[in-house]
Design a protein around this ligand. Structure first.
Ligand code: ADP
Length: 195
């Protein structure tokens, strides 16, 4: 089983593009943010904890999120081709844990693709999304904080995959279709080798 990581700052379009990738390449879309929001909706213990971090624009502790992912990867159905990971790993500790986990389970990370978008555009998109969807973390103060957290804690993950020869990136400006086409240019040859 071979997995892909879609990577980028809040507002870069990871969720939208992951859904398209999942559909086109028959991968399972796994968004840690969506999983946590589902727990919040259920008002589970994990949901209550997640809510306190998410609404402040903070990352959940690594051990909690790694456990969540571990359970999911262990429960994958045999005929799952692979996963598109959206929102994980978000720290170098998570990337290291993911490496051991996939090795243990005889799975593999094929590649990390970063969607790059300039900060003013990210802020604009997140403010608009806040107005449309009313997500608790899409307000100006929390957006600012999430972007800082991204630069400090999440961006270093890029070097981890770059050093492993598994890093690629696409320009995240343009229409959803244009960005998806750019991602397909990377994925098509990769999929042809790995089917
Ligand atoms: P965005 O990329 O727009 O910030 P996500 O839905 O990916 O949105 O994540 C929302 C929030 O969920 C994050 O700000 C964080 O609080 C929490 N979260 C999601 N994934 C992780 C993760 N891998 N590690 C820690 N916290 C996470």
């Amino acid at each position: 089983m071979k997995h892909l990581i879609l990577f980028g700052a809040p507002g870069s379009g990871k969720g939208t593009q992951s859904a398209l990738i999942a559909e086109t390449y028959q991968l399972k879309h796994l968004s840690t943010g969506d999983m946590l929001r589902a727990e919040i909706a259920k008002q589970s213990q994990l949901g209550q904890l997640a809510d306190s971090y998410i609404s402040q624009g903070l990352l959940l502790p690594d051990d909690i999120i790694i456990d969540l992912l571990k359970n999911t990867l262990q429960q994958l159905n045999e005929d799952t081709k692979g996963i598109i990971l959206d929102g994980f790993p978000r720290t170098v500790a998570q990337a290291i844990a993911l490496n051991s986990l996939v090795a243990e389970l005889n799975q593999e990370i094929l590649m990390l693709i970063e969607i790059t978008v300039k900060t003013p555009e990210l802020i604009e998109r997140l403010v608009q999304r806040g107005k449309l969807l009313g997500r608790s973390d899409d307000n100006p103060a929390t957006i600012q904080h999430r972007l800082e957290v991204y630069h400090q804690q999440t961006e270093p993950v890029i070097d981890f995959y770059r050093q492993a020869g598994k890093y690629n990136h696409v320009d995240g400006n343009g229409t959803i279709e244009q960005i998806f086409d750019r991602i397909c240019l990377i994925l098509d040859p990769l999929v042809a080798i790995n089917v």
